[in-house]
Design a protein around this ligand. Structure first.
Ligand code: PHE
Length: 403
């Protein structure tokens, strides 16, 4: 009961804060999935199911918990997109309204949240989650109810394999693994790599596997593979085993919380070799946790804030006006996911679920902030990735790798 209360309070504080922050965006705060009287907050007013002038969208994200920046950044991106869409007249003459539920970074809460959004709030579509493990928990539910779901940035292949109502606007990990394996072999010119992966995280396990496959094909060798579990804080024994093998680089497909700690402990143990990772490193908190230990590190991502294209720079300007921070990759992906959904709804024959699904599936060359988005027959986006270098806390653009 105590855990429930404190969890509930912290979720509400964040959501309340967001409610104030995003009051003009058309985003409506909903209570966390664990709160039973949630439908009461949503009854009445323009957002009532069946209302003629509002299209209700559900969002599920980690607004609290150890990966809170994932949910918060994505939510900011979605909010900005919705605000712009509504200012431009909405979709088929209706305004979009977003109901956001906090899953606290837990797959079972994500599943509860998506069920509530669909069965109680009758949302027309779902945006979320960031983390693949949570999207994998949500997708069968959205599919079962035939409600279209777009994950902004879950990259594990299994997410969209859950069915034909499940989409993503990001690339998948077989590509991301290839990007970093090529970068290691061709740009860093290393041949012997160690891997440290999170066995509790579908994304991490998948990315380690895909990296390995390509790296070996390119003539490289994986000297040792060590593992940890999300939430661990001491990685010294794994890093000591890795040090004994004298790798030329270490690939760490994980999320920023653990990666920051791993970087510090690796440097303390005298491991000065480059550290490499994927989009899970992307968080403003990475530098707070890892500090200078992250110098000489590289990771793949969906976008770089240093990209000079008018799409990226225009987005950054608008985002900064709204939130006074530079958007990270997840914010850009949340923005693109919401825009692709609205664009698809506009193109759809009608707003019924099947027509919206078909329109999303037909997305072609949509010019997003994170590149041109075309969905393939497996409902995955075919897009380029960028490689960033961490330098004194800044993520500097290195190169773009095309599919
Ligand atoms: N791609 C990660 C996953 O699938 C999530 C993520 C995306 C994390 C973007 C950070 C930035 O789990």
């Amino acid at each position: 009961m105590r855990t429930y209360t404190s969890r509930f309070t912290s979720s509400l504080i964040i959501l309340a804060l967001m409610g104030t922050l995003f009051s003009t965006s058309g985003c409506k705060k909903a209570r966390p999935p664990s709160e039973s009287s949630e439908s009461a907050t949503l009854s009445g007013g323009a957002g009532t199911p069946g209302s003629q002038d509002v299209i209700r969208i559900g969002e599920v994200g980690s607004m609290t918990g150890s990966e809170a920046t994932f949910g918060i950044s994505t939510h900011m991106g979605i909010s900005l997109a919705i605000k712009q869409i509504n200012a431009a007249g909405g979709v088929k003459g209706k305004k979009l309204e977003v109901l956001t539920l906090d899953d606290q970074g837990k797959p079972e809460e994500a599943a509860t949240a998506v069920t509530k959004l669909i069965t109680q709030n009758q949302v027309a579509a779902i945006l979320g989650e960031v983390a693949s493990s949570r999207s994998i928990a949500m997708a069968p539910i959205a599919q079962g109810h035939k409600v279209p779901m777009i994950t902004p940035s879950s990259t594990n292949p299994r997410v969209t394999e859950q069915g034909d109502y499940i989409f993503r606007v990001c690339f998948i990990d077989p590509f991301q693994g290839t990007v970093m394996a090529k970068f290691a072999a061709e740009s860093l010119k290393v041949k012997k790599v160690a891997i440290l992966k999170d066995v509790k995280n579908d994304y991490s396990v998948g990315l380690a596997k895909y990296f390995t496959e390509t790296f070996i094909k390119l003539g490289g060798e994986i000297l040792v593979e060590q593992s940890f579990s999300s939430g661990d804080i001491d990685f010294k024994s794994q890093l000591t085993s890795i040090r004994a093998k004298k790798p030329e680089a270490i690939f760490i497909p994980g999320y920023y919380t653990e990666v920051g700690l791993i970087a510090r402990q690796a440097r303390e143990l005298g491991l000065t070799v480059p550290l490499m990772g994927g989009d899970g490193w992307d968080s403003p908190k990475l530098k707070e946790i890892g500090g200078v230990a992250l110098n000489n590190s590289y990771y793949s991502n969906h976008y770089s804030a240093e990209d000079k294209s008018p799409e990226v720079q225009g987005f950054i300007t608008e985002f900064q006006k709204a939130f006074h921070v530079i958007p990270d990759g997840m914010a850009a992906m949340g923005y693109d996911a919401a825009k692709v959904l609205a664009d698809s709804m506009n193109r759809a024959k009608s707003l019924n679920a099947q027509d919206v699904r078909d329109a999303i599936a037909a997305t072609k060359n949509y010019q997003g902030v994170t590149g041109k988005i075309t969905l393939d027959e497996k409902r995955n986006a075919i897009k380029s990735a960028v490689v960033l270098k961490v330098e004194n806390g800044e993520a500097r653009y290195q190169q773009t790798i095309n599919p």
